[in-house]
Design a protein around this ligand. Structure first.
Ligand code: ADP
Ligand code: MG
Length: 588
């Protein structure tokens, strides 16, 4: 058993023992509140810490879960165990609706939207006659197990903390899976994950609903523990506090959610007593302290408390349990010489600037085509047009006869086009292996629920085996467990190539793969490219290293100022006076 498992077991045992000890009821109640908060904060960790979507509005989902279960038990006489389904269904529905509308918004609009809906739901709770307006609903049934009501803090404690531990476990297992990697890739923008075939909007809606469900569950427990609900715990102030707990605990850390909930709750209690005594009068002074603390944490301990602890622990290498996994099925490669990519008169304008002007070229199966030209010639833009990252202004792109221009980049990725980026795009806090496995995303199927329950391990092993195989191919098999963000630029580029290969592409687009590589690494790269060509892969290569391009390319397309200067074999290009003129002064 690993040390973290031991730690968990010890933690669970301590929790189980605690209510049996003669601790004052007050402390049990405190722990119950911490547990209720922690459920919400675990969701927020996934949403904000992992996926990068900031929400001030989680308290509203707690409210929906609480009110709907309370209403169902009071008005329809349902058992809380049945009402929970109604409560969670309504929470999910609300989250789906809100997510659908707001998750397409970028930047600061999303947090603002979460504030808006938190405020409006608060007033809705407070003004609906059926929900008792600001007085709320009273006399809600307690939860009971085998006829025994959980109406004391100690009896409620077990159910609550069992659910908290399960939620934390499910969340950590989710993060270590195909779906989890997709969520972790969201924070860096959608370009890279979409190019790996990931539907980022869908992933965002999923994590949003998941976080809302955890909040709704907390609300359900709260309603039947407190046995009354009114709007006040579901307002914006609480929404901000949840976010504060997540930030204090470490927004990227599932177990940090527990730490954050505990610290904030205990601190709040102390401050609520202390501050009015110090400052006189009465008021929610603790909010001011929290604000100051929040700024401090963001300034000095960005990743929160738990991350500070975890960073000091030695990182363990991942257990390699995938050696005997079945290889993933591979798509049939087009026969040698078949037309794979047909770029026909493509044009791209950025406002008044024509970045790509009527460029046409073809790539056949088993061929390496170099795309060269001075800086700003339009090479990367051409890549973005082919891979669907940018829409065309005019022209056509066909992949094996099928038009692909107009498709989203994940649609193009799913048809077998895989790419790297001139400016490396990766998830720095994931390991090299995990980053490369992201490339194999489209070759897996299993989603969030199986991942949380660890029912997808067969597929997961197959994906990881593929990732390791591709890392071996680029000579990085010994660096699987390193954090991608700690790599130098050269290895990062090789990692991107391995990631692109994990997608089992028929066409590979490499944007300056040799930039930042050392001489030895470049030679190894050339070897890999030739090997891939021999396997029937088609490669479009943008590269500044002329030795490499001339060495490996079958044909070369030269661009200048967005237009196509010439096409030909390496020998023809080297002999061209026009090409030499284009490079004069810009090539070093
Ligand atoms: P290369 O990769 O050949 O160095 P690029 O394709 O990156 O060249 O750029 C071609 C031209 O298009 C440059 O003038 C660049 O400034 C411009 N350009 C590239 N991307 C954008 C963009 N997103 N918005 C506006 N202009 C762009
Ligand atoms: Mg470029």
């Amino acid at each position: 058993m690993t040390s973290s498992r031991w730690f968990l077991l010890a933690f669970a045992a301590a929790l189980a023992l605690l209510p049996q000890l003669p601790v004052p009821e007050f402390w049990v109640t405190q722990l119950n509140y911490i547990g209720l908060y922690a459920l919400v904060v675990i969701g927020l960790v996934l949403l904000t810490g992992i996926a990068g979507l900031t929400s001030f509005g989680q308290a509203a989902f707690v409210g929906i879960g609480a009110y709907s279960s309370a209403w169902l038990t009071l008005n329809l006489g349902l058992s809380p165990w049945l009402a929970v389904f109604g409560g969670l269904a309504l929470t999910a529905l609300a989250a789906l609706l809100l997510g659908w509308i707001t998750l397409r918004m970028s930047g600061h609009y999303l947090p603002l939207a979460t504030i808006a809906w938190c405020l409006s739901l608060y007033y809705l709770f407070g003004n609906l006659e059926a929900l008792g307006r600001y007085d709320g609903l009273l006399g809600i049934a307690p939860l009971s197990v085998f006829g025994l009501p959980l109406n004391t803090g100690r009896s409620f404690f077990y159910l609550l903390w069992a659910l908290v531990m399960l939620a934390a476990l499910a969340a950590t297992q989710l993060l270590d899976s195909r779906s989890g990697r997709a969520l972790r890739a969201l924070k860096g923008g959608s370009t890279m994950p979409e190019a790996m075939g990931i539907d980022t909007f869908r992933a965002k809606v999923t994590v949003f609903v998941l976080a809302a469900l955890l909040a709704g569950m907390s609300g359900w427990l709260f309603a039947h523990f407190q046995r009354s609900v009114n709007p006040s715990p579901f307002g914006l102030k609480m929404g901000i506090e949840y976010l504060f707990m997540a930030v204090i605990g470490g927004v990227g850390q599932v177990w940090g959610a527990l730490a954050g909930a505990a610290v904030v709750k205990l601190l709040e209690d102390q401050l609520q007593v202390l501050l009015p005594r110090l400052l006189g009068g009465s008021g929610s002074y603790e909010v001011i302290v929290f604000g100051v603390l929040l700024v401090g944490v963001l300034q000095y301990a960005r990743d929160g408390l738990w991350a500070a602890v975890v960073a000091r622990l030695p990182r363990r290498a991942r257990r390699r349990d995938w050696a005997d996994a079945a290889p993933l099925p591979e798509a049939a490669r087009p026969p040698h010489g078949e037309l794979v990519l047909d770029v026909h008169s493509v044009r791209k304008e950025f406002g008044g600037l024509v970045a790509v002007n009527d460029v046409s070229f073809q790539v056949r199966a088993g061929e390496i085509v170099g795309l060269i030209g001075p800086n700003g010639a339009g090479k990367s833009t051409t890549f973005n047009l082919v891979s669907g990252v940018l829409p065309l202004t005019r022209g056509e792109v066909r992949l094996r006869g099928e038009r692909i221009d107009g498709l989203p980049s994940r649609g193009i990725a799913r048809r077998g086009v895989s790419r790297t980026f001139q400016h490396v795009k990766m998830v720095p806090e994931m390991t090299v292996l995990e980053n490369v496995a992201l490339g194999a995303h489209r070759r897996g199927r299993r989603g969030v629920l199986p991942a949380m329950l660890r029912l997808e391990r067969d597929e997961e092993r197959r994906l990881l085996r593929e990732a390791e195989r591709q890392l071996q191919r680029v000579g990085m098999a010994d660096r699987l467990d390193e954090l991608a963000g700690n790599l130098a630029l050269g290895p990062q580029r090789l990692m991107e190539i391995a990631r692109a290969l994990s997608a089992d592409p028929s066409l590979l687009l490499l944007d300056e793969p040799a930039a930042g590589l050392r001489h030895q690494e470049k030679r190894a790269l050339a070897g890999v490219l030739r090997q891939l060509r021999a396997e029937g892969l088609s490669i479009l290569l943008v590269e500044h290293d002329m030795d490499l391009v001339m060495d490996v390319s079958d044909r070369i397309v030269v661009m200048e100022f967005g237009t196509q200067l010439m096409q030909g074999t390496p020998a023809e290009v080297q002999a061209s006076a026009a090409v030499r003129a284009a490079y004069l002064g810009t090539e070093h």
